[in-house]
Design a protein around this ligand. Sequence first.
Ligand code: NOJ
Ligand code: NOJ
Length: 478
Amino acid sequence: MRGAFGLFFGLSVIFTSSASFAEPTFPEWIKIQEKRSFRSLVDIYTKPADKSKGAVPASPSKKDPNYYFHWVRDAALVTEPFVAVFLNTKDETTKQAIFHWLHDYVEFSRELQGTPNKTPGFVGEPKFYVDGRAFDEPWGRPQTDGPALRTLKLIPFAMHLLDLGKDEYVRSFLFDPTSPGSGLMGGDMSYVSEAWAFPTFDLWEEVLGDHFYSLAVQRRAFLELQRLSNRMGDPALGKTYEAEAHKIEERMSAFWKADLKRIVPTLRAQWGPAKASQLDTAVILAAIHTRSGKAGAWEPSDDRVISTAHQLIKAFRALYPINQQYDRPGIAIGRYPEDTYDGVRTNSVGNPWFLTTLALAEYSYALRLSLETQEKILISDLNLGFLSSAMSGTELWVGMTLEKGEPAWNELLKGLVRVGDAFVARAGFHMNRETGAMSEQIDRHTGFMRGAEDLSWSYAAFLSAVWTRERILRPSLR
Ligand code: NOJ
Ligand code: NOJ
């Protein structure tokens, strides 16, 4: 996600709610919900008096479930929209305010890196109390995606600070090639170098093993750190990060199962619930959280990812009763079919989530953006299903080639926006109508919200999806 376009004309706009008498159109509603979502993140981050300044609570919910913790993964994903606004706003007051918020987050995170906790090496500890104390109860440890994600999502911040001539800040707080283990990013990635080849708990905090999602964010973080090292005048150091990324990429290839036509989420599982389907939206989250905007391996336009997305949609369409009501837009998507976590209890029945439903929206938009950089696309047995769902008349077949500019190509590109919009509308259908509030989950039978209220990751996922959409509609912003 690179832009917060057309949204921020200053804090006054962010903090004013738009009231109107007529029902808003879909694009109007998106704008309203953008403001509400960002506002909710600002509230969660700035309002509570009982937290450290830079702590990002996953949710204000303190009971059933207690999500009032700073989760390293969630916090990294919530930082992304703040970084996007920092990069794009023309308003100095907004820029200053956001700089201070990001700085607090950086400082808090550096403290956590040095806070003794139950994870050997400390940096892979998944969550902390919001006052910075180590969480000392049993939990799925380590979770090595978190530090990689934190570095990855701060790279655009570091790059922008260099653009502004703030090299000293970057070197002191984030990354210094002359002392590559220092700074927040240096600390994160030297930990990740040591840890990535070993088993970790997955992003759902349940299974100990090798995980596609964790490897994907670790690989991309190394590649981005290479870019930063080059930019800061140390290409030799950059090469060492590139080599690390290549090693991770070799490991990732094993997750593609040609017989199943899907990327599986986990290999060498040692502990945690078994997932017979080997289908998990984590794979799509990996593709969107690490996309570079170019076509390539594991990007949204990779046929292996397209095939996995299609299978996930089919599985969740069949699984959830609320997806059988045909007067609803789109399809509600969950984590994985065998999920038994209902938002409070583990041995229950799983539900669709906002952030996974919105992930499929972002995925469709990102696929469209990626296709726009290509001259043609070959229809294969892997992409046929998903791409056909975006067509509104023309039939596709394996072996067919669609070339840029021809009617079927245009139909496909338009259709991908329509497919994405249906997921966004579906998420919208289950939000609080008045306030735009989003919790973690959507009850699979009733469609009412469940689980942690005001989950900050849900809002970040909404912003990430609709800002990707905005880049399609306003090419000048790319
Ligand atoms: C809380 C975790 O965060 C969630 O992902 C998991 O499903 C439940 N605990 C059950 O283990
Ligand atoms: C449960 C999710 O599975 C996990 O990914 C997340 O970090 C925590 N909840 C906190 O939101």
